[in-house]
Ligand binder design. Structure first.
Ligand code: CP
Ligand code: NVA
Length: 301
């Protein structure tokens, strides 16, 4: 694997298979078999935005691997008062064996990774959220037995969000079919789709549901975009994931959401809370297992 995980472009299909294998092993052996690849190591968790799943799964994950997790509020660090990202990276590299960072600009994480001597893991930027997609792909593998061109996923809502962008890279990595159901104003990034034939943009939300195995959605107002709330509520309204859409999909289609969810906005409450369709909490749990696998591969001996 490369030194850092900034987007899914940093991993190969072979890396993905290794992540799946180790994640499932760690999941099965959790609490039973001692495995401490991060013993005597410290991992900094730098957060400039709110988090429930990411912060807790990384803190628990580092601890379970025998390491020392340090939660670092970016707003309380000197980088927030003008210290450069490069100087911060140099200093953190002298103390830490790995850095996990959630911030706004993706370029900041790229600069941190360029200078830092230790591995850097992107825990969400405005543009990408690779750890989330690794958990999602593992969840699909558990439910469907494979993640390849036989799987059809439809992403509903903000076609240019960090989650939509990450779904595009996941489809490129695995070959799964991806339909992005989004309005023209927030249509997916063509620079990311490139010439991939397995990824399409569909502005008709009903058409996008045809033959779908997995529905995926995300909040309409991502962190950092709060001032656009009124416009976003208006343009994404037709893209709510509703139970009616499941009539167009495959028989046992499932519902994925990175969470946090807003019932009545991007997803109808009956879909979100349907135990036959919604697998969002399995998905959230898998964050812990895949991140332990990734940290073992990047920071373990
Ligand atoms: N899905 C996700 O990253 O959740 P948090 O924002 O709670 O970390
Ligand atoms: N698109 C969302 C994802 C939250 C996990 C955001 O960036 O706020």
């Amino acid at each position: 694997m490369k030194k850092d995980l900034l987007t899914l472009q940093d991993i190969t299909r072979d890396d993905l298979e290794k992540i799946f294998e180790l994640s499932l092993k760690l999941k099965n052996e959790r609490g039973k078999v001692a495995f401490k690849p991060l013993a005597e190591k410290s991992v900094g968790l730098v957060f400039a935005k709110s988090s429930t799943r990411t912060r807790i799964s990384f803190e628990v994950g580092v601890s379970e691997l025998g390491g020392n997790p340090l939660y670092l509020d970016q707003g309380k660090m000197q980088v927030g008062r003008g210290e450069t990202v490069a100087d911060t990276a140099n200093v953190l590299s002298r103390y830490l064996h790995g850095i996990v960072i959630r911030t706004f600009e993706h370029s900041e994480v790229e600069e941190l990774a360029r200078v830092a001597k230790c591995p850097v893991i992107n825990a969400l930027t405005n543009d990408f959220h690779p750890c989330q997609l690794l958990a999602d792909l593992l969840t699909i593998k558990e439910y469907s037995g494979k993640v390849d061109k036989s799987i059809r996923m439809a992403f509903y809502g903000d076609g240019r969000s960090n989650m939509a962008n990450s779904c595009i890279l996941a489809a490129k990595l695995t070959g799964m079919e991806l339909v992005i159901a989004a309005p023209e104003q927030e249509a997916p990034r063509t620079d990311l789709i490139g010439d991939a034939k397995n990824i399409i943009w569909e502005s008709d939300p009903v058409k996008a549901a045809e033959g779908v195995d997995y529905f995926y959605t995300d909040v309409w107002v991502s962190m950092g975009f709060e001032e656009e709330r009124a416009r976003r509520m208006e343009i994404f309204r037709p893209y709510q994931v509703t139970s009616a859409l499941f009539d167009k999909a495959k028989k046992d289609a499932k519902f994925l959401h990175c969470l946090p969810a807003h019932r009545g906005e991007e997803v109808a409450a009956d879909v979100m809370d349907d135990p036959k369709r919604s697998i969002v909490f399995d998905e959230a749990e898998n964050r812990l297992h895949v991140q332990k696998a990734v940290m073992t591969m990047l920071m373990g001996e």
